[in-house]
Design a protein around this ligand. Structure first.
Ligand code: SAM
Length: 226
């Protein structure tokens, strides 16, 4: 039984895709997708030993060794250039996702779609995608086990629409959809920003630039929740 988060991420992989799941851990996404879609093929990439072995075990258990290739290595290094049409990066922080994409740019030549689910620092990933010719074409937000996750879909051949700072923060599609979960996330984030501002004001020498940035975010959040 795949988690709802991973099922949602997997739903953005196009049928018949040859994709890579980087930081695959148990290789749940590659196995799930290849079970559902006879034409799909996948590469599961893992840098750490134990998750790499878990991935090998899941792939064998599902009898998918001919369609899911598991590779041990850092980020996109495990890929041959032009080998996959889509890349999934899920369950990692936004800064790590950015580093993996930065370091592996030469492996993205044939990659039309990037699906990212950063656990934190989501705007960093939106910004990277926009800067590197992957306009965002869809987004999702889901709550599972008390955590809220955002999913970003970006397509190389889509028309580029520059994002405002506000869209980078909230997500251009999530901001339009404003789902129930979106509100929950931003009610919580509003409380966090208010607390940060109070703490910063009490500092002997408040960092005025940082304070102004948090105040700006708080103003946007209040506007969006209004
Ligand atoms: N993608 C799965 C998910 O969303 O449930 C697993 C997420 S798990 C929290 C993150 C995985 O990324 C870990 O198994 C970790 O070993 C792997 N990882 C971290 N940095 C990596 C890198 N540079 N290259 C490949 N895998 C990496």
């Amino acid at each position: 039984q795949l988690s709802q988060r991973l099922e949602y991420v997997a739903s953005f992989i196009t049928r018949g895709s040859r994709f890579a799941d980087i930081g695959s851990d148990h290789a749940y996404i590659p196995c799930y997708v290849c079970q559902q879609d006879d034409l799909a093929e996948a590469v599961a990439g893992e840098v750490a030993d134990a998750p790499f072995r878990s991935a090998q075990a899941t792939i064998s258990q599902h009898g998918l060794t001919d369609r899911v290739s598991v590779r041990h290595g850092n980020g996109l290094d495990v890929l041959e250039s032009g080998e996959v049409d889509s890349v999934v990066l899920a369950g990692m922080g936004g800064t790590l996702i950015k580093t993996i994409l930065d370091d592996g740019q030469d492996r993205l030549s044939n990659v039309g779609r990037i699906i990212a689910q950063p656990n934190v620092a989501v705007p960093i990933v939106r910004h990277w995608l926009e800067e590197h010719g992957y306009p965002i074409t869809n987004e999702g937000i889901i709550e599972e086990n008390g955590h809220i996750y955002e999913i970003i879909v970006a397509d190389k051949d889509a028309a580029a629409v520059p994002m405002t700072e506000k869209q980078l923060l909230f997500g251009p599609y999530l901001l339009q959809q404003k789902t129930h979960v979106f509100y929950r996330k931003w009610y919580y984030e509003r409380a966090v920003r208010r607390q940060i501002i109070e703490q910063m004001k009490q500092a002997a020498e408040p960092d005025t630039r940082k304070l102004a940035a948090v105040r700006q975010e708080l103003a946007w959040i209040e506007e969006v929740l209004d």
